[in-house]
Design a protein around this ligand. Structure first.
Ligand code: SF4
Length: 217
């Protein structure tokens, strides 16, 4: 099917109604950046508690820039690659302090020049903290787009390009966290809950699975 901006608006509105509300531990740009780096390959609960522990001990950019790496490691223990991330986030704080007077840069290229910051992390910070339209394609957004038939590419940057060409710009902010929650609760990686899914009529995966059920009757 053709995914026009009108259809994408309808799909998004249904997803938003069905997915639980996503909550960020902080919308402050610096803590959004640090928390998103911590979240890579880590479950939400671990990420959030590590971020809160770290922020309570080192609340500002200057505090974190001057922190001891081993102490950062201990505070974020439990997140994936915590030793690597401890070094990265201290370095991020140092660069922000030295190069940007302690602020978070507001464009993708500069964000992506920071250690541990890829396109997905940069886009989350831009959209969800700095209010700049961007669509972050993580594993949930990629999987849902693939199953729906929006993107046959497994390359997240290609999927991002396709989504940005069909999703109305006023929906870009909030798009990632909404799809993430939908991906965790309905369009799960294993055993998607297609029978209760509000967008099944638009979904290629669902249509294919219905056909195969009929064929095997
Ligand atoms: S119908 Fe199933 S595969 Fe398709 S979006 Fe819904 S839950 Fe995901």
């Amino acid at each position: 099917m053709e995914f026009t901006p009108e259809i994408m608006r309808e799909i998004y509105s249904r997803i938003k109604k069905q997915a639980p509300e996503h909550t960020f531990v902080s919308r402050d740009p610096f803590w959004m950046l640090i928390t998103t780096v911590l979240s890579q390959r880590t479950k939400d609960a671990e990420t959030d508690s590590a971020s809160i522990r770290l922020r309570n001990r080192f609340p500002g950019v200057r505090d974190l820039a001057g922190a001891d790496v081993d102490e950062i490691s201990r505070l974020i223990y439990g997140v994936g690659f915590y030793n690597v991330k401890a070094r990265e986030i201290k370095e991020i704080a140092r660069i922000l302090l030295e190069k940007y007077s302690g602020s978070v840069p507001e464009n993708r290229e500069e964000l992506m020049s920071l250690p541990g910051v890829g396109r997905k992390t940069a886009n989350i910070v831009l959209a969800e903290s700095l209010g700049k339209p961007a669509i972050a394609v993580d594993t949930h957004v990629q999987r849902i787009s693939y199953r729906l038939g929006i993107s046959i590419s497994k390359d997240p940057s290609k999927t991002e390009e396709i989504l940005e060409s069909i999703v109305p710009v006023d929906l870009w902010i909030g798009f990632n966290p909404t799809l993430v929650e939908f991906g965790k609760s309905i369009c799960r990686p294993v055993s998607p809950r297609c029978s209760i899914c509000s967008i099944s009529e638009f979904c290629e995966y669902f249509k294919r699975s219905q056909k195969s059920i009929e064929k095997n009757r």
